[in-house]
Design a protein around this ligand. Structure first.
Ligand SMILES: Nc1ncnc2c1ncn2[C@@H]1O[C@H](COP(=O)(O)OP(=O)(O)OP(=O)(O)O)[C@@H](O)[C@H]1O
Ligand SMILES: [Mg+2]
Length: 270
């Protein structure tokens, strides 16, 4: 554990770091935010109501705005948005050195928190084509796969889901693909990313990706996005895995590192 902490310290010194402490997902109250959908109309988008209890179990803590720990994600969100605005960035890739660090949980919490921030319209895309889990975390039933869309069998509008949160749409996936890096590096994919990010002036698109060191999907996809967030699971990656990941990301616009599953308790304020 000490070794990892030292490695993270080194990462922090080398790069400007956006950090978040442990997210342990408690808080029983359910926030029913089923009000209007802000300035955007989702007439063609399926709207579903989320199950607060399930979200709590899945550590999607920001859904319950009464949960004091949701502040952790609000701080992270505001730091990220500020850096993105300064640089004119609109698309974020979320990845990690190895599997299970908490990319999907962080992506979903961040997307909800961002959608609640002023006028941003947020799309959360499940682009971990090897292990799609965004829908599972949100409790969504998914009718189509991302590949159905890229094969022209379904329109994007039929794929998108509004989870009852204003200004948030989710692009879920219900099927894993073996040969996903071919799609991730394709011109079709490049065009898709350009298209979704330019649909609205104040849109942010978050792509939940696979780990950097476990497949080539993330590396193949990264040229398409404006910036990258690295999630490190406390005690889950070796020093050399973190260093290798930082080396692979050295030519990218780096938002920072989230240290997830930290032992530190969130103390809150007031
Ligand atoms: N802060 C946390 N504290 C405790 N458990 C967590 C935390 N964040 C995530 N988890 C749990 O760790 C597991 C992995 O999380 P998640 O699926 O988000 O990781 P991932 O990086 O997306 O994994 P994969 O590489 O398999 O896609 C899940 O069971 C999740 O609930
Ligand atoms: Mg995941």
């Amino acid at each position: 554990m000490e070794r990892i902490k030292q490695a993270i310290e080194k990462v922090k010194q080398n790069k400007k770091t956006v950090s978040s402490s442990g997210v342990k997902g408690n808080g029983p109250a359910v926030n029913k935010s089923g009000s209007g959908l802000g300035e955007f109309s989702y007439v063609n988008t399926k709207t579903v109501e989320l199950d607060g209890k399930l979200l709590e179990q899945n550590r999607i803590i920001v859904y319950n705005q009464q949960d004091i720990k949701s502040t952790i994600f609000d701080i992270l969100r505001t730091k990220i948005i500020s850096k993105m605005q300064q640089n004119g960035w609109k698309t974020i890739a979320v990845t990690s050195p190895t599997q299970g660090c908490g990319k999907t949980v962080i992506s979903v919490n961040l997307a909800i928190s961002m959608a609640r921030y002023n006028d941003f319209s947020v799309m959360l895309a499940d682009f971990d084509l090897k292990k799609p889990e965004v829908a599972k975390n949100l409790g969504l039933t998914v009718d189509h796969s991302i590949m159905d869309y890229f094969n022209g069998q379904v329109e994007l509008e039929e794929m998108l889901v509004n989870p009852g949160i204003p200004r948030l749409v989710v692009l879920p996936n219900n099927k894993a693909y073996k040969d996903s890096s071919t799609l991730m590096s394709s011109n079709k994919m490049k065009g898709f990313v350009e298209d979704v990010k330019d649909r609205y002036a104040s849109r942010i698109v978050i792509f939940d990706l696979p780990p950097l060191l476990a497949t080539d999907d993330a590396l193949a996809f990264l040229p398409n996005v404006d910036c990258v967030l690295l999630v490190v699971g406390n005690g889950m990656c070796s020093k050399s895995e973190i260093e290798e990941s930082m080396r692979l990301l050295s030519s990218k616009n780096f938002l920072g590192t989230v240290l997830n599953k930290s032992d530190d308790e969130w103390r809150g304020y007031a």
